[in-house]
Design a protein around this ligand. Structure first.
Ligand code: GDP
Ligand code: MG
Length: 601
């Protein structure tokens, strides 16, 4: 297709504002999927995505759309819709998907208004110079307030509130007009057809049958089947076995030219050979310069991951190897723990990434797993100026420390103004620094904070939701690092360190952590024949202490309350006779006690 008949766009929205539903409706109205075959949320292919209603991997679909002008002449356009992952953990992937487009539909729920991810995605779209089409969705809802929110969104984007389209992905109202508006508003792609080929990778997914499927946007030149291509960041070359477009199933084509969006298959088996953000060029006639913007995904959050049943360790290792084929951001290495046995230290992009990986491992590989409390990366400079990178509390040095640095984020929180006090209080306890506050409308505010990432990975979002009755939304971006007064707190059982519970915390919070952990373990560890001290310590200095008195007691007796299903699981495990004791010093502790202590957070 000639570039002037192409339109590449994406839909950006806060979670649940109806992006997938609208995308489905567009596929149906353009005839790409028929109503009968239309599976709810066609674009969200992974089960977890469908269940959680989130998009993890982006996909691109091509739709034909003819526009008839005033003279009755019909022009056939091809629209490429690129589905972006909507969550903060995947900001890098979002930004690459946006870079593949010329325009963005900014979708806002007409009953909710603008939310934190609406803003975050809008700013990314503006940085990429995209044409923005503001749209209010769910106008069929009785609670919709299109007038109010058209005002809000119009003010934000700089358009007349009258010009904000109103649609319903559910009923289809306004969607035909939106398709026409995309053709009219989104610029056609421009590129040099005679230059050496350059295409940007905005997604790559591993497919059991086809190997890695790489999604690209061609910027210059042309890619053809059976050519040899080069990945510019690594200089690795591959043969192009197949090239095509998705509409909605893969359709091989004779090539992709300027502005086109499609897929490549080279037979490679690992997505790390086909990295998001990298530039593909032709081996025989290579481009001199890669397209800008490539960076390696950088894990920000680490935690230990252990099979509850130690004999599952080889299955866990294989499962991680398999997941990695499809997740370039996942990193892991073996580690072992006295309390939990053999497992892995896993690095994630953020908390959602952690949850998704764990859930996929449990679901797709039928594993029962326990993860230790997540921590961030610390940079420790010793007094003799050596620098250590610490991703695990056990690596935290004991010697003379000069300075510890931790990553910080810029966070945006949107909420009804009645919750300002509660939000400020929460951010205060999380070492937050208020940068500014703006009213979006009379009753809604945007608060901007700089916060340590470590404070966010630890149940910040849950706390924020509960303090604002679910109304607040959060978005954050890692912006750098800062020096902080951080210490390692160890937990000792009869003088022996229990590795899984060591944590790096701010000095002012060390005492609270010590008290809560020793208290928890006191309730979970069965009484022994002798008295067992449980201590929390910074180095050699004890900061909190509990004592388990002699005499036996069942570990589960005190387990009730809280997460019943997890407790029930523990019971079942015991019934299976799998009660495994770990000996720490002279103390016998059922592994379940450690697991309960780690999971009751
Ligand atoms: P996404 O997270 O942005 O992809 O949102 P989804 O498309 O998954 O939609 C979130 C929820 O809103 C689902 O329960 C949808 O059924 C519902 N929804 C989406 N669009 C509309 C709409 O136009 N009207 C109504 N009433 N509900 C909608
Ligand atoms: Mg979705």
């Amino acid at each position: 297709t000639a570039p002037d008949l192409l339109r590449n766009f994406c839909i950006i929205a806060h979670i649940d504002h109806g992006k997938s539903t609208l995308a489905d409706r567009m596929l149906q109205l353009t005839g790409v999927v028929d109503e009968r075959a239309a599976r709810a949320q066609y674009l969200d292919r992974m089960d977890i995505e469908r269940e959680r209603g989130i998009t993890i991997k982006s996909q691109a679909v091509r739709m034909p759309w003819a526009v008839t002008d005033a003279a009755g002449v019909s022009t056939p356009y091809a629209l490429n819709m690129i589905d972006t992952p909507g969550h903060v953990d995947f900001t890098y992937e979002v930004s690459r998907s946006l870079a593949a487009c010329e325009g963005a539909v900014l979708l806002v729920d007409a009953a909710q208004g603008i939310e934190a991810q609406t803003l975050a995605n809008l700013y990314l779209a503006m940085e990429n110079d995209l044409a923005i089409i503001p749209v209010l969705n769910k106008i069929d809802l009785p609670a919709a307030q299109p007038e109010k929110y058209a005002e809000e969104i119009g003010g934000l984007v700089g358009v007349d509130p009258e010009d904000v389209l109103r649609v319903s992905g559910k009923t289809g109202a306004g969607v035909l007009e939106l398709l026409d508006k995309i053709v009219a508003t989104v610029p056609a792609p421009v590129g040099d057809a005679d230059a050496p080929a350059r295409a940007m990778i905005f997604d790559s997914v591993y497919d059991t049958y086809r190997g890695v499927v790489t999604y690209v946007r061609v910027v210059d030149g042309q890619l053809n089947p059976r050519e040899r291509i080069v990945m510019m960041s690594t200089r690795a070359t591959h043969d192009l076995l197949e090239i095509g477009v998705t509409s909605p199933e893969p359709i091989p084509t004779k090539g992709l030219g300027v502005g086109e969006v499609g897929y490549l298959i080279t037979g490679v088996k690992d997505v790390r050979q086909s990295k998001v953000g990298d530039t593909v060029t032709n081996n025989a006639k290579p481009a001199d310069e890669a397209l800008g913007g490539y960076s390696d995904p950088k894990p920000m959050v680490f935690s230990g991951l252990y099979p509850i049943d130690g004999s599952d360790y080889p299955i866990l290792r294989d499962a991680l190897d398999k997941l990695k084929l499809n997740d370039a951001a996942l990193v892991y290495e073996p580690e072992s723990s006295v309390a939990l046995g053999f497992g892995f230290r896993v690095g994630y992009l953020g908390l959602l990434h952690l949850e998704i990986v764990r859930e996929r491992l449990e679901r797709e590989f039928d594993l029962d797993l326990i993860s230790t409390a997540p921590n961030v990366i610390y940079e420790v400079t010793m007094e003799d100026k050596t620098i250590l990178t610490v991703t695990n509390p056990s690596e935290f040095p004991g010697g003379k420390i000069g300075e510890v640095r931790e990553p910080i984020v810029k966070a945006t929180i949107l909420a009804p103004s009645e919750f300002i006090g509660a939000i400020m209080e929460l951010c205060q306890t999380r070492r937050g620094d208020l940068q500014g506050m703006d009213y979006l409308s009379a009753d809604r505010v945007e608060l901007r904070y700089v916060l340590p990432l470590a404070e966010i990975v630890f149940d910040f979002f849950d706390q924020l939701k509960s303090k604002t009755r679910g109304y607040a939304s959060l978005d954050y971006d890692v912006i750098g690092e800062q020096a902080a007064d951080l210490v390692k707190v160890d937990i000792l059982l009869q003088g022996e360190q229990v590795d899984a519970f060591s944590a790096i915390v701010h000095r002012e919070k060390a005492y609270a952590y010590g008290v809560s952990m020793t208290g928890k373990l006191k309730d979970l560890i069965p009484r022994q024949q002798f008295e067992v001290p449980i201590q929390a310590a910074i180095g050699a200095r004890v900061i909190a202490r509990e004592t388990i008195r002699a005499i036996r007691k069942d570990v589960l007796a005190k387990c009730y309350g809280g997460d019943i299903s997890r407790k029930r699981k523990l019971l079942e495990k015991q019934k299976e006779g799998k009660k495994r004791m770990k000996t720490i010093g002279r103390v016998d502790v059922p592994q379940e006690a450690f697991i309960a202590a780690l999971s009751s957070e």
